[in-house]
Design a protein around this ligand. Structure first.
Ligand SMILES: *Cc1c(COP(=O)(O)O)cnc(C)c1O
Length: 406
Protein backbone atom coordinates (compact mmCIF):
# COMPACT_ATOMS: atom_id res chain seq x y z
CA UNK A 1 0.00 0.00 0.00
CA UNK A 2 1.17 3.47 -0.85
CA UNK A 3 1.71 5.87 2.00
CA UNK A 4 0.40 9.38 1.58
CA UNK A 5 1.98 10.72 4.72
CA UNK A 6 4.64 13.28 4.00
CA UNK A 7 6.48 14.78 6.90
CA UNK A 8 7.56 18.25 5.94
CA UNK A 9 10.37 19.46 8.16
CA UNK A 10 10.96 22.55 6.11
CA UNK A 11 9.12 25.81 5.85
CA UNK A 12 7.53 25.56 2.45
CA UNK A 13 7.27 28.77 0.51
CA UNK A 14 4.01 28.96 -1.41
CA UNK A 15 4.31 30.01 -5.03
CA UNK A 16 1.71 32.69 -5.64
CA UNK A 17 -1.37 31.73 -7.56
CA UNK A 18 -3.41 33.93 -9.89
CA UNK A 19 -6.58 35.71 -9.01
CA UNK A 20 -5.18 37.07 -5.82
CA UNK A 21 -1.90 37.89 -7.54
CA UNK A 22 -3.76 40.61 -9.39
CA UNK A 23 -6.09 42.25 -6.84
CA UNK A 24 -5.48 45.92 -7.55
CA UNK A 25 -6.81 49.21 -8.84
CA UNK A 26 -9.57 47.72 -11.00
CA UNK A 27 -11.09 45.87 -8.03
CA UNK A 28 -10.76 48.97 -5.83
CA UNK A 29 -12.53 51.06 -8.48
CA UNK A 30 -15.47 48.62 -8.72
CA UNK A 31 -15.89 48.47 -4.93
CA UNK A 32 -15.73 52.26 -4.56
CA UNK A 33 -18.33 52.54 -7.30
CA UNK A 34 -20.71 50.68 -4.95
CA UNK A 35 -19.72 52.52 -1.78
CA UNK A 36 -19.76 55.99 -3.37
CA UNK A 37 -23.17 55.51 -4.98
CA UNK A 38 -25.51 54.61 -2.16
CA UNK A 39 -23.52 51.68 -0.75
CA UNK A 40 -26.32 49.17 -1.36
CA UNK A 41 -24.85 45.72 -0.67
CA UNK A 42 -27.94 43.64 -1.50
CA UNK A 43 -28.49 42.42 -5.07
CA UNK A 44 -32.20 43.32 -5.10
CA UNK A 45 -34.22 46.48 -4.55
CA UNK A 46 -33.35 49.79 -2.83
CA UNK A 47 -33.66 51.33 -6.28
CA UNK A 48 -33.86 54.94 -5.09
CA UNK A 49 -30.59 54.52 -3.16
CA UNK A 50 -28.32 52.64 -5.55
CA UNK A 51 -27.98 54.99 -8.56
CA UNK A 52 -28.63 52.06 -10.89
CA UNK A 53 -25.65 50.01 -9.64
CA UNK A 54 -26.37 46.27 -9.82
CA UNK A 55 -22.99 44.57 -9.57
CA UNK A 56 -24.13 40.95 -9.07
CA UNK A 57 -26.57 41.25 -11.96
CA UNK A 58 -23.90 42.83 -14.19
CA UNK A 59 -21.42 40.13 -13.19
CA UNK A 60 -23.90 37.41 -14.20
CA UNK A 61 -24.52 39.07 -17.56
CA UNK A 62 -20.79 39.52 -18.23
CA UNK A 63 -20.05 35.93 -17.18
CA UNK A 64 -22.76 34.48 -19.45
CA UNK A 65 -21.39 36.56 -22.30
CA UNK A 66 -17.82 35.40 -21.64
CA UNK A 67 -19.01 31.77 -21.54
CA UNK A 68 -21.27 32.17 -24.60
CA UNK A 69 -24.17 30.62 -22.68
CA UNK A 70 -27.76 31.75 -22.14
CA UNK A 71 -27.88 32.25 -18.36
CA UNK A 72 -25.58 32.64 -15.37
CA UNK A 73 -26.49 32.73 -11.67
CA UNK A 74 -24.10 34.01 -8.99
CA UNK A 75 -24.03 32.28 -5.59
CA UNK A 76 -21.94 32.36 -2.40
CA UNK A 77 -19.43 29.58 -3.21
CA UNK A 78 -18.54 26.78 -5.60
CA UNK A 79 -19.95 24.31 -3.08
CA UNK A 80 -23.23 26.26 -2.99
CA UNK A 81 -23.26 26.23 -6.82
CA UNK A 82 -23.16 22.41 -6.78
CA UNK A 83 -25.91 22.23 -4.15
CA UNK A 84 -28.14 24.64 -6.11
CA UNK A 85 -27.49 22.68 -9.33
CA UNK A 86 -28.66 19.41 -7.74
CA UNK A 87 -31.78 21.11 -6.34
CA UNK A 88 -32.61 22.67 -9.72
CA UNK A 89 -32.44 19.23 -11.35
CA UNK A 90 -34.69 17.71 -8.69
CA UNK A 91 -32.02 15.37 -7.30
CA UNK A 92 -32.83 14.08 -3.81
CA UNK A 93 -33.25 11.05 -1.53
CA UNK A 94 -33.36 7.74 -3.40
CA UNK A 95 -31.26 9.06 -6.29
CA UNK A 96 -27.64 8.23 -6.99
CA UNK A 97 -25.17 10.78 -8.36
CA UNK A 98 -21.91 9.61 -9.92
CA UNK A 99 -18.78 11.75 -9.77
CA UNK A 100 -15.05 11.05 -9.93
CA UNK A 101 -12.70 9.75 -7.24
CA UNK A 102 -10.27 12.66 -7.75
CA UNK A 103 -12.01 15.91 -6.83
CA UNK A 104 -12.32 18.25 -3.86
CA UNK A 105 -14.52 16.98 -0.98
CA UNK A 106 -17.08 19.68 -1.88
CA UNK A 107 -18.38 17.74 -4.90
CA UNK A 108 -19.37 14.76 -2.75
CA UNK A 109 -20.52 16.97 0.15
CA UNK A 110 -23.03 18.67 -2.14
CA UNK A 111 -24.43 15.27 -3.19
CA UNK A 112 -24.75 14.22 0.47
CA UNK A 113 -26.45 17.54 1.35
CA UNK A 114 -29.01 16.96 -1.42
CA UNK A 115 -29.99 13.68 0.25
CA UNK A 116 -28.84 11.61 -2.73
CA UNK A 117 -26.27 8.82 -2.53
CA UNK A 118 -22.74 9.67 -3.76
CA UNK A 119 -20.95 7.22 -6.06
CA UNK A 120 -17.36 7.73 -7.19
CA UNK A 121 -15.74 6.38 -10.36
CA UNK A 122 -12.11 5.87 -11.29
CA UNK A 123 -10.24 8.49 -13.29
CA UNK A 124 -8.34 8.08 -16.54
CA UNK A 125 -5.10 9.77 -17.58
CA UNK A 126 -6.90 13.12 -17.93
CA UNK A 127 -7.11 12.75 -14.11
CA UNK A 128 -10.86 13.20 -14.58
CA UNK A 129 -13.89 10.93 -14.86
CA UNK A 130 -13.17 7.80 -16.92
CA UNK A 131 -16.16 7.35 -19.28
CA UNK A 132 -15.85 3.55 -19.18
CA UNK A 133 -15.78 3.44 -15.38
CA UNK A 134 -18.75 5.81 -15.35
CA UNK A 135 -20.89 3.61 -17.56
CA UNK A 136 -20.12 0.58 -15.38
CA UNK A 137 -21.55 2.31 -12.29
CA UNK A 138 -24.91 3.38 -13.73
CA UNK A 139 -27.92 1.79 -11.99
CA UNK A 140 -31.69 2.41 -12.25
CA UNK A 141 -31.24 4.85 -9.32
CA UNK A 142 -28.66 7.01 -11.11
CA UNK A 143 -30.11 10.45 -11.81
CA UNK A 144 -27.14 12.70 -12.50
CA UNK A 145 -23.41 12.76 -13.21
CA UNK A 146 -20.98 15.40 -11.98
CA UNK A 147 -17.89 15.51 -14.19
CA UNK A 148 -15.07 17.60 -12.74
CA UNK A 149 -12.43 19.50 -14.71
CA UNK A 150 -9.67 19.22 -12.11
CA UNK A 151 -6.73 21.59 -11.87
CA UNK A 152 -7.56 23.44 -15.07
CA UNK A 153 -7.64 20.37 -17.34
CA UNK A 154 -10.73 19.16 -19.21
CA UNK A 155 -12.45 15.82 -18.70
CA UNK A 156 -13.39 13.76 -21.76
CA UNK A 157 -16.64 15.68 -21.62
CA UNK A 158 -17.98 14.88 -25.09
CA UNK A 159 -17.76 11.15 -24.38
CA UNK A 160 -19.25 11.61 -20.90
CA UNK A 161 -22.10 13.66 -22.37
CA UNK A 162 -22.84 10.92 -24.93
CA UNK A 163 -23.14 8.36 -22.12
CA UNK A 164 -25.43 10.68 -20.09
CA UNK A 165 -27.69 11.17 -23.11
CA UNK A 166 -27.80 7.44 -23.80
CA UNK A 167 -28.95 6.73 -20.21
CA UNK A 168 -31.11 9.89 -19.80
CA UNK A 169 -28.97 11.30 -16.99
CA UNK A 170 -28.45 14.94 -16.09
CA UNK A 171 -24.90 16.21 -16.53
CA UNK A 172 -23.36 18.80 -14.21
CA UNK A 173 -19.80 20.04 -14.86
CA UNK A 174 -17.93 21.03 -11.71
CA UNK A 175 -15.78 23.69 -13.37
CA UNK A 176 -14.62 25.20 -10.04
CA UNK A 177 -11.06 24.62 -11.17
CA UNK A 178 -11.47 25.00 -14.92
CA UNK A 179 -12.91 28.49 -15.39
CA UNK A 180 -11.86 29.76 -18.82
CA UNK A 181 -10.84 26.32 -20.12
CA UNK A 182 -12.26 25.16 -23.45
CA UNK A 183 -12.52 22.27 -25.86
CA UNK A 184 -12.61 23.20 -29.52
CA UNK A 185 -13.42 26.76 -28.44
CA UNK A 186 -16.49 25.75 -26.40
CA UNK A 187 -16.17 26.71 -22.75
CA UNK A 188 -15.95 24.07 -20.03
CA UNK A 189 -19.14 24.34 -17.99
CA UNK A 190 -21.35 24.73 -21.09
CA UNK A 191 -21.39 21.10 -22.30
CA UNK A 192 -23.83 19.66 -19.74
CA UNK A 193 -27.14 20.82 -18.25
CA UNK A 194 -25.42 23.03 -15.68
CA UNK A 195 -21.86 24.25 -15.17
CA UNK A 196 -20.66 25.26 -11.69
CA UNK A 197 -17.75 27.56 -10.84
CA UNK A 198 -15.86 28.67 -7.73
CA UNK A 199 -14.26 32.04 -7.03
CA UNK A 200 -12.65 31.10 -3.73
CA UNK A 201 -9.27 32.58 -2.99
CA UNK A 202 -7.19 29.84 -4.59
CA UNK A 203 -9.04 29.71 -7.90
CA UNK A 204 -8.03 31.28 -11.24
CA UNK A 205 -10.33 34.24 -10.65
CA UNK A 206 -11.52 35.13 -7.17
CA UNK A 207 -14.14 37.12 -5.29
CA UNK A 208 -12.78 35.93 -1.93
CA UNK A 209 -15.71 33.54 -1.61
CA UNK A 210 -18.21 33.07 -4.40
CA UNK A 211 -19.52 30.85 -7.17
CA UNK A 212 -21.53 30.79 -10.38
CA UNK A 213 -23.82 28.47 -12.34
CA UNK A 214 -24.25 28.47 -16.12
CA UNK A 215 -27.26 27.16 -18.08
CA UNK A 216 -28.65 26.88 -21.58
CA UNK A 217 -32.18 25.80 -20.54
CA UNK A 218 -34.46 28.55 -19.22
CA UNK A 219 -36.66 26.37 -17.01
CA UNK A 220 -33.64 24.83 -15.21
CA UNK A 221 -32.20 28.32 -14.75
CA UNK A 222 -35.49 29.56 -13.28
CA UNK A 223 -35.64 26.70 -10.79
CA UNK A 224 -32.04 27.34 -9.71
CA UNK A 225 -32.71 31.07 -9.46
CA UNK A 226 -35.71 30.54 -7.19
CA UNK A 227 -34.11 27.82 -5.07
CA UNK A 228 -30.98 29.87 -4.27
CA UNK A 229 -33.25 32.65 -2.92
CA UNK A 230 -35.88 30.96 -0.66
CA UNK A 231 -38.07 30.20 -3.68
CA UNK A 232 -38.38 33.84 -4.79
CA UNK A 233 -39.44 33.92 -8.43
CA UNK A 234 -38.62 37.62 -8.80
CA UNK A 235 -41.98 38.11 -10.42
CA UNK A 236 -41.89 41.55 -12.09
CA UNK A 237 -45.60 42.12 -11.29
CA UNK A 238 -44.97 42.14 -7.54
CA UNK A 239 -42.78 43.88 -5.01
CA UNK A 240 -40.19 41.54 -3.47
CA UNK A 241 -42.14 41.21 -0.20
CA UNK A 242 -45.22 40.02 -2.16
CA UNK A 243 -43.22 37.86 -4.60
CA UNK A 244 -44.65 34.56 -5.89
CA UNK A 245 -43.19 31.11 -5.09
CA UNK A 246 -43.92 27.52 -5.99
CA UNK A 247 -41.28 25.70 -3.94
CA UNK A 248 -39.17 26.31 -0.89
CA UNK A 249 -35.45 26.87 -1.25
CA UNK A 250 -32.52 28.26 0.66
CA UNK A 251 -30.26 31.31 0.74
CA UNK A 252 -27.11 31.26 -1.35
CA UNK A 253 -27.30 34.84 -2.69
CA UNK A 254 -24.10 36.63 -3.70
CA UNK A 255 -23.66 40.17 -2.33
CA UNK A 256 -22.74 43.32 -4.23
CA UNK A 257 -19.08 43.65 -3.19
CA UNK A 258 -18.39 40.14 -4.47
CA UNK A 259 -20.14 40.98 -7.73
CA UNK A 260 -18.05 44.16 -8.02
CA UNK A 261 -14.77 42.29 -7.58
CA UNK A 262 -15.95 39.56 -9.95
CA UNK A 263 -16.51 42.13 -12.70
CA UNK A 264 -12.92 43.36 -12.35
CA UNK A 265 -11.43 39.86 -12.13
CA UNK A 266 -13.35 38.56 -15.14
CA UNK A 267 -11.77 41.24 -17.32
CA UNK A 268 -8.33 39.89 -16.38
CA UNK A 269 -9.11 36.20 -16.93
CA UNK A 270 -8.09 35.89 -20.59
CA UNK A 271 -4.67 37.41 -19.96
CA UNK A 272 -4.15 35.40 -16.78
CA UNK A 273 -4.73 32.15 -18.61
CA UNK A 274 -2.53 33.12 -21.56
CA UNK A 275 0.33 34.01 -19.21
CA UNK A 276 -0.09 30.78 -17.24
CA UNK A 277 -0.04 28.77 -20.43
CA UNK A 278 3.24 30.37 -21.47
CA UNK A 279 4.77 29.69 -18.05
CA UNK A 280 3.55 26.11 -18.06
CA UNK A 281 5.17 25.50 -21.47
CA UNK A 282 8.40 27.06 -20.25
CA UNK A 283 8.46 24.69 -17.27
CA UNK A 284 7.53 21.62 -19.31
CA UNK A 285 10.19 22.41 -21.93
CA UNK A 286 12.81 22.31 -19.21
CA UNK A 287 11.70 18.83 -18.11
CA UNK A 288 10.25 16.91 -21.03
CA UNK A 289 13.44 15.14 -22.08
CA UNK A 290 13.60 13.21 -18.79
CA UNK A 291 13.14 9.46 -19.35
CA UNK A 292 9.79 7.86 -18.56
CA UNK A 293 7.86 10.98 -17.57
CA UNK A 294 4.66 12.13 -19.20
CA UNK A 295 2.19 14.92 -18.77
CA UNK A 296 -1.38 14.42 -17.66
CA UNK A 297 -3.46 13.81 -20.83
CA UNK A 298 -5.83 16.36 -22.34
CA UNK A 299 -8.77 15.69 -24.70
CA UNK A 300 -8.26 16.58 -28.35
CA UNK A 301 -8.44 20.35 -29.01
CA UNK A 302 -8.44 21.15 -25.29
CA UNK A 303 -7.28 24.58 -24.14
CA UNK A 304 -6.42 24.20 -20.47
CA UNK A 305 -6.14 27.02 -17.95
CA UNK A 306 -2.61 25.90 -17.03
CA UNK A 307 -3.33 26.08 -13.33
CA UNK A 308 -0.66 23.44 -12.71
CA UNK A 309 1.81 21.29 -14.60
CA UNK A 310 1.09 17.70 -13.61
CA UNK A 311 3.86 15.24 -14.32
CA UNK A 312 3.20 11.51 -14.15
CA UNK A 313 6.26 9.45 -13.14
CA UNK A 314 6.86 5.72 -13.60
CA UNK A 315 6.91 5.08 -9.85
CA UNK A 316 5.44 6.51 -6.66
CA UNK A 317 8.91 6.53 -5.09
CA UNK A 318 10.29 8.88 -7.71
CA UNK A 319 7.32 11.27 -7.39
CA UNK A 320 7.71 11.25 -3.62
CA UNK A 321 11.47 11.81 -3.82
CA UNK A 322 10.98 14.81 -6.14
CA UNK A 323 8.38 16.26 -3.80
CA UNK A 324 10.72 15.97 -0.81
CA UNK A 325 13.69 17.48 -2.63
CA UNK A 326 11.58 20.35 -3.98
CA UNK A 327 10.43 21.09 -0.43
CA UNK A 328 14.11 21.25 0.60
CA UNK A 329 14.59 24.18 -1.79
CA UNK A 330 11.31 25.78 -0.68
CA UNK A 331 9.31 24.89 -3.78
CA UNK A 332 5.82 23.67 -2.98
CA UNK A 333 3.60 21.36 -5.01
CA UNK A 334 -0.15 21.86 -5.53
CA UNK A 335 -2.52 19.13 -4.26
CA UNK A 336 -0.47 16.23 -5.60
CA UNK A 337 0.83 14.63 -3.61
CA UNK A 338 0.66 16.58 -0.35
CA UNK A 339 -3.08 17.37 -0.15
CA UNK A 340 -4.30 14.07 -1.55
CA UNK A 341 -6.45 13.28 1.49
CA UNK A 342 -8.76 16.25 0.71
CA UNK A 343 -8.97 15.37 -2.99
CA UNK A 344 -9.16 11.59 -3.31
CA UNK A 345 -12.30 9.62 -2.40
CA UNK A 346 -10.19 6.59 -1.39
CA UNK A 347 -9.31 8.57 1.76
CA UNK A 348 -12.83 9.67 2.76
CA UNK A 349 -13.79 7.21 5.46
CA UNK A 350 -15.51 10.08 7.28
CA UNK A 351 -18.24 10.09 4.59
CA UNK A 352 -20.28 7.08 5.69
CA UNK A 353 -22.75 7.48 2.78
CA UNK A 354 -19.89 7.09 0.30
CA UNK A 355 -18.24 4.33 2.26
CA UNK A 356 -21.32 2.14 2.54
CA UNK A 357 -22.20 2.64 -1.14
CA UNK A 358 -18.75 1.24 -2.00
CA UNK A 359 -19.09 -1.86 0.20
CA UNK A 360 -17.42 -0.35 3.28
CA UNK A 361 -13.95 -0.48 1.74
CA UNK A 362 -12.71 2.79 0.27
CA UNK A 363 -9.07 1.77 0.52
CA UNK A 364 -9.40 -0.70 -2.33
CA UNK A 365 -12.35 0.91 -4.11
CA UNK A 366 -10.39 3.09 -6.55
CA UNK A 367 -7.12 1.22 -7.03
CA UNK A 368 -6.50 2.52 -10.55
CA UNK A 369 -7.02 6.13 -9.45
CA UNK A 370 -4.79 5.52 -6.44
CA UNK A 371 -2.04 4.14 -8.65
CA UNK A 372 -2.16 7.08 -11.11
CA UNK A 373 -2.40 9.76 -8.41
CA UNK A 374 0.43 8.25 -6.38
CA UNK A 375 2.77 8.76 -9.36
CA UNK A 376 1.77 12.39 -9.97
CA UNK A 377 3.57 15.57 -9.06
CA UNK A 378 1.64 18.80 -9.52
CA UNK A 379 3.64 22.01 -9.93
CA UNK A 380 1.64 25.21 -9.43
CA UNK A 381 1.83 27.73 -12.24
CA UNK A 382 1.72 31.40 -11.32
CA UNK A 383 1.55 34.49 -13.48
CA UNK A 384 4.81 35.70 -12.00
CA UNK A 385 6.72 32.44 -12.37
CA UNK A 386 10.35 33.52 -12.79
CA UNK A 387 12.81 31.84 -15.12
CA UNK A 388 15.08 31.29 -12.10
CA UNK A 389 12.33 29.45 -10.21
CA UNK A 390 11.61 27.28 -13.24
CA UNK A 391 15.33 26.58 -13.51
CA UNK A 392 15.52 25.58 -9.84
CA UNK A 393 12.54 23.22 -10.24
CA UNK A 394 14.12 21.61 -13.29
CA UNK A 395 17.52 21.25 -11.64
CA UNK A 396 16.00 19.68 -8.52
CA UNK A 397 13.87 17.15 -10.42
CA UNK A 398 16.86 16.26 -12.63
CA UNK A 399 18.81 15.62 -9.44
CA UNK A 400 16.26 12.96 -8.42
CA UNK A 401 16.71 11.16 -11.74
CA UNK A 402 20.49 11.23 -11.28
CA UNK A 403 20.07 9.54 -7.85
CA UNK A 404 17.80 6.92 -9.33
CA UNK A 405 20.23 5.97 -12.07
CA UNK A 406 23.38 6.22 -9.99
C1 LIG B 1 -12.79 24.76 -4.97
C2 LIG B 1 -13.62 23.62 -5.44
C3 LIG B 1 -14.97 23.48 -5.06
C4 LIG B 1 -15.59 24.32 -3.99
O1 LIG B 1 -15.59 25.68 -4.22
P1 LIG B 1 -15.71 26.69 -2.97
O2 LIG B 1 -15.94 28.01 -3.63
O3 LIG B 1 -14.40 26.64 -2.24
O4 LIG B 1 -16.85 26.25 -2.14
C5 LIG B 1 -15.71 22.46 -5.63
N1 LIG B 1 -15.18 21.61 -6.50
C6 LIG B 1 -13.89 21.69 -6.88
C7 LIG B 1 -13.36 20.72 -7.89
C8 LIG B 1 -13.07 22.68 -6.35
O5 LIG B 1 -11.78 22.73 -6.70
Amino acid sequence: MVSYVYIIQYVVFTILMPGYELIGEEERHEIMDVLDNGGVLFRHGFNSLRSNRFKVRDFEIAFAEYMSCNYALAVTSGTAALRVALAALGVGPGDEVITQSFTFVATVEAIIESGATPVCADIDMTLNLDPIALEGLITPQTKAVIAVHMLGGAANINEIKRICEKHSLFLIEDTAWGCGGRINNKHLGTFGDIGTFSFDYAKTMTTGEGGMLTFSDESIYKRAYAWHDHGHENNPQFARWEDTRTSSGFNYRMMELQGAIGLAQLKKLTNVIEKQRQNKEMLWNSLKDLPGIERRHMPLDAYDTADALIIVFKTHELAKDCRTKLAHVEITTKILPEAISWHFAGEWNHMHQLKSRHGGDLLNAFSRSRDILSRCLSLPISIHLEKETAGLISKTIRGCFACENG
